[in-house]
Design a protein around this ligand. Structure first.
Ligand SMILES: C[S@@+](CC[C@H](N)C(=O)[O-])C[C@H]1O[C@@H](n2cnc3c(N)ncnc32)[C@H](O)[C@@H]1O
Ligand code: SF4
Length: 421
């Protein structure tokens, strides 16, 4: 299904916009005098480097791998590289987790499931995705074995994602076991928020440090249109409860799409006045089956411009070296905002991320389709040393930067739901 025009959304919204939120849910933000009347709902009517595999690893096993596109030369964007971003406090750093450009990979994202209780238009095709048989997915022990190995080598942050990670029955056990890993500083979870309120006490007790909750609209009917399911109020309740339980900030991920939710930008920013939220506006990215189109993408520059028109005093916030978001805040506001500019201004130069898919493939670049199966190596009894050689070789093939948004949109890759954002 193509993304609807704003006209279509308007139609839906007129019939639903009157629905009120429970009062315990986030209170309406106070806006500048110059702003429209306050409301909680949106007012929307709204080098190539070395490609020869090392002897041990020639298993690029993914069906998503496309030989033609892996040999695509990097183009379109220049990368701001430099030695400055390399953390000096972690030397000597694992060779296996260092690529040929000196990037140290201290951040691992593990997808815990391919399943989801929502069907977001930008993340998965309408007809759904073919799920891997259960036996092909990483078991609890395999997830933990890989986590231990990566942390021993220098990973300092693990993000659990999916699919929807909070539908995995062993989620609390996995987090509690990861919490015991010496050297792991941060455990983060990215969730759609549907089960968050219910699971929060357990998540906090198990040791979750950081929460990212996805929310693409403040208009219930539009939310349901985008995610193709009901559940707006559950997500809002999850965000509110996370704040109450002391998560500060609670990060809120919002994929901004033209004709759909770009008219809610200011409403989202206004929420940061009274709440310790870190609103993260994400440029819409192309993945298999999400019908990405350049015109639907709202660039960072355009978003920033709109927000600055409303809040000219918006100021940049210094960000961590490897933080992918360009951060800002409105002076006096409790929270802040940021932009994930993967499309218009990539941050490949400081990329420190690795991904493991739910079926156990290591992906060294979100936008690269070469993958290597750690699951198969684990199951065939590979030693830690052999696993590290496989990981090191995959990282040896990591390119300097992704190929640019137009090449990516033509490339075979997994749908986002099968990668884990
Ligand atoms: C794949 S989801 C998995 C975790 C969880 N189910 C959730 O929605 O937060 C992780 C993040 O990827 C983002 N995402 C998915 N598809 C995207 C796309 N095409 N462009 C930009 N971000 C996308 C989602 O908004 C979400 O914040
Ligand atoms: S973005 Fe998250 S919630 Fe939405 S379909 Fe993808 S995995 Fe599910």
């Amino acid at each position: 299904m193509a993304l609807h025009s704003s006209k279509c959304c308007r139609l839906i919204l007129r019939t639903h916009a009157a629905r009120a939120l429970p009062s315990r849910i986030l209170k309406p933000p106070i806006r500048d005098k110059a702003c429209k009347p306050q409301r909680w709902y949106s007012s929307a009517t709204k080098e190539e480097n070395r490609t020869e595999p090392l002897a041990l690893v020639d298993s690029i096993t993914s069906p998503y791998t496309d030989a033609a596109s892996t040999s695509q030369p990097a183009q379109e964007f220049s990368v701001a590289t430099g030695p400055g971003w390399i953390s000096k406090d972690v030397a000597p750093f694992s060779e296996s987790l260092t690529d040929t450009f000196g990037r140290r990979h201290t951040y691992l994202r593990i997808s815990l499931t391919e399943k989801c209780n929502l069907r977001c238009q930008y993340c998965m095709p309408e007809e759904g995705v073919t799920l891997s048989p259960r036996a092909q997915l990483l078991s609890t022990e395999e997830v933990l074995t890989l986590a231990r190995l990566f942390v021993r080598e220098g990973v300092r942050k693990i993000r659990l994602t999916g699919g929807e990670p909070l539908i995995r029955p062993d989620i609390l056990h996995i987090i509690a076991e990861m919490r015991k890993l010496e050297g792991l500083k941060t455990i983060a979870v990215t969730t759609n928020g549907m089960n968050l309120a219910r699971l929060l006490p357990g998540l906090q007790e198990a040791g979750v440090d950081l929460l990212n909750v996805s929310l693409d609209s403040l208009v219930p009917a539009k939310f349901e249109f985008i995610v193709r399911r009901k559940g707006f109020h559950k997500v809002m309740e999850g965000i509110e409860k996370a704040i109450e339980m002391g998560y500060n900030p609670v990060k809120v991920n919002c994929v901004v799409m033209r004709g759909l939710n770009e008219d809610e930008l200011l409403d989202f920013v206004a929420l940061t006045e009274r709440k310790p939220l870190d609103m993260r506006f994400i440029e819409y990215m192309p993945f298999d089956g999400n019908k990405w189109n350049f015109k639907k993408m709202v660039s960072y520059a355009e978003m920033l411009d709109r927000i600055k028109q409303q809040w000219p005093s918006l100021e940049a916030v210094p960000a961590d070296e490897a933080d992918t978001a360009k951060a800002f805040r409105v002076p006096g506001f409790q929270g802040q905002l940021g932009f994930i500019t993967s499309m218009s201004d990539n941050f490949c130069g400081s990329c420190n991320r690795l991904r493991i898919t739910a079926d156990g493939n290591l992906k060294v670049c979100l936008f690269g389709n070469s993958e290597v199966s750690l699951r198969d190596s684990l199951r065939s009894g590979a030693s830690d040393q052999e696993l590290l050689q496989i990981i090191g070789a995959a990282l040896g093939r990591k390119k300097k930067q992704h190929a640019g948004m137009f090449s990516i949109s033509q490339m075979k890759n997994r749908p986002m739901i099968l990668i884990g954002g």
